[in-house]
Design a protein around this ligand. Structure first.
Ligand SMILES: Cc1cc2nc3c(=O)[nH]c(=O)nc-3n(C[C@H](O)[C@H](O)[C@H](O)COP(=O)(O)O)c2cc1C
Length: 365
C-alpha cells in the first residue's frame, strides 16, 4: 500500500520490503482471529446432491467467474513485482477468477513501472482490479491520475483502499483523511469502471457500509481483522525519527472488526456486492463467508507465500484445493450451487464472541 509523498525515492524498496516481510515473518496479530471459528454450520443429514454436479460458478460485478474467490491486490511498482503479478495472473486466468494488483501510485510516479501491473497484455480475458489509496486524493492525485491507472492496465474495476491504521503506523504517513467521503463520491460519479471500497484489516461496520453505498460504490471489500496486519508490518519496518506510535505488543494492534463479523453485518443489509478478505486462509472459512451472503472471498498472503516459496504450480494447486474445500462443505450442507450457498445465512449459528457481536449489533441492522 501507499506511503507518504515525501518519500518517493523509497517507494520501490518499501514495496519489496512488504513482500519480503509478508513471506518471512509472522504478520498476523497474536490472538486475533478472523472470527469464523465462532460460527458453526448446521449439517444436512442426507445432502441430496451429487458431488460431481456441484456448480462453483458465480457472477460478480456483472462478470462470470468459475469460482467465488479472488487474489486480493498485493504488488506492483518495483522491477521484481512484474514476475510475481504475471504468475498470479496466470493462476487467476487458469482458474477463472479475478485478480487485484497492488497500489498503482508507483506507476504514476514512474511510468517505467507500468509493465509491473499490466498483466492483461499477457492474459487479455483476465478480470483485473486496479488499486489506489483513497487518501492520495487529499494529496497530489486527482481524476487524471485515477483514469490513467484504469486505462494503462485496462482495469475492469478499481479498488480504492482505506488504510487509516496503516498510515498511522508509518513515519510521516498520510494522515489527512478529511472530506474523503465527498472525494469518493466524486470519483464514483466520474469513474468509467465500478469502484470497490476496500479496507485492509480494520473491517467495515454497517454504519460505514451504508455510506459506501450512498456515495455510489458498486462493491466493498470488508477487509477485516484476523489476517495480515498492515499496522504491524509498518511498525516492524519503522524507520522514522523518534519512537514508533505503538510497540508491537500494544493492545491497539488488536484493532478492528474480524472478517466474519464484518461480513455478517454487511450481507443482507446492503445492495453493494461484497468481498470478504482478511485471514481467509481455509476453504471452510470461505464457505461460511459465502453462506453469510458474501459474493467473493479474497486471499492475499498465503497465495504469495506459496508462490514465492514453492512456485507457480504449487500456488495454483493451493487455490484449486481451496476451491475444492468449499465444494466439500457445500456437499455436506446439501447445497449444489454458489447461488444457493449464498442464501444459507440461517444455517450459521453464532457462538461465543460471535453470539455477543451479532446480538449487540442487531438494532443497527
Ligand atoms: C505483500 C502485500 C501487499 C499488499 N499491498 C496492498 C496494496 O497495495 N493495496 C491494497 O489495497 N491492499 C494491499 N494488500 C492487502 C491485501 O489486499 C489484503 O487486504 C490483506 O493482506 C489481508 O488479506 P490476507 O490476510 O489474505 O493477507 C497487500 C497484501 C500483501 C500480502
Amino acid at each position: 500500500m501507499d506511503h507518504n509523498f515525501n518519500d518517493e525515492n523509497n517507494l520501490p524498496s518499501r514495496k519489496a520490503d512488504h513482500v519480503k516481510l509478508v513471506i518471512e515473518e509472522d504478520t498476523g496479530i497474536d490472538r486475533v482471529s478472523n472470527g469464523f471459528e465462532n460460527f458453526k454450520i448446521i449439517p444436512s443429514a442426507i445432502p441430496e446432491v451429487d458431488y460431481r454436479e456441484i456448480n462453483m460458478a458465480t457472477s460478480f460485478l456483472d462478470f462470470e467467474f468459475k469460482a467465488p474467490i479472488m487474489i486480493a491486490g498485493m504488488t506492483g511498482g518495483y522491477p521484481e513485482a512484474e514476475k510475481i503479478n504475471k504468475k498470479l495472473a496466470s493462476i487467476c486466468n487458469e482458474v477463472g477468477i479475478p485478480m487485484g494488483v497492488g497500489s498503482q501510485r508507483a506507476m504514476i510516479k514512474n511510468k517505467n513501472m507500468i509493465p509491473t501491473y499490466d498483466v492483461k497484455k499477457h492474459f487479455e480475458d483476465l478480470f483485473l482490479v486496479g488499486n489506489l489509496g483513497l487518501v492520495q486524493f487529499n494529496y497530489d492525485f486527482g481524476i487524471n491520475e485515477y483514469n490513467e491507472c484504469v486505462e494503462q492496465i485496462d482495469a475492469n474495476a478499481m479498488a480504492l483502499h482505506v488504510n487509516a491504521f496503516q498510515e498511522l503506523c508509518q513515519p510521516e504517513g498520510d494522515l489527512n483523511f478529511s472530506d474523503l467521503w465527498k472525494e469518493l463520491e466524486t470519483l464514483c460519479e466520474k469513474s468509467k469502471v465500478p469502484i470497490i471500497g476496500k479496507e485492509v484489516g480494520s473491517g467495515i461496520g454497517i454504519e460505514d457500509v451504508k455510506k459506501f453505498e450512498q456515495v455510489g460504490c458498486s462493491a466493498i471489500d470488508v477487509g477485516g481483522a484476523g489476517g495480515t496486519s498492515w499496522a504491524k508490518i509498518e511498525l516492524m519496518r519503522y524507520d522514522g525519527e523518534g519512537s514508533p506510535p505503538f510497540e508491537l505488543n500494544d493492545p491497539t494492534l488488536k484493532w478492528g472488526i474480524p472478517t466474519a463479523y464484518a461480513t455478517w453485518e454487511a450481507s443482507g443489509n446492503t445492495n453493494l456486492e461484497l468481498i470478504s478478505t482478511g485471514g481467509m486462509y481455509h476453504g471452510l472459512d470461505a464457505a461460511k463467508a459465502l453462506a453469510m451472503g458474501t459474493n467473493m472471498v479474497g486471499v492475499a498472503r498465503p497465495v504469495l507465500q506459496e508462490l514465492v516459496n514453492n512456485g507457480e504450480k504449487s500456488a495454483l494447486k493451493w487455490i484449486e484445493n481451496y476451491i475444492e474445500t468449499i465444494k466439500r462443505v457445500m456437499f455436506l450442507m446439501g447445497v449444489d450451487s454458489i447461488e444457493t450457498l449464498r442464501t444459507q445465512k440461517n444455517k450459521l449459528i453464532p457462538m461465543n464472541d460471535a453470539y455477543f457481536w451479532v446480538n449487540s449489533r442487531k438494532n443497527k441492522l
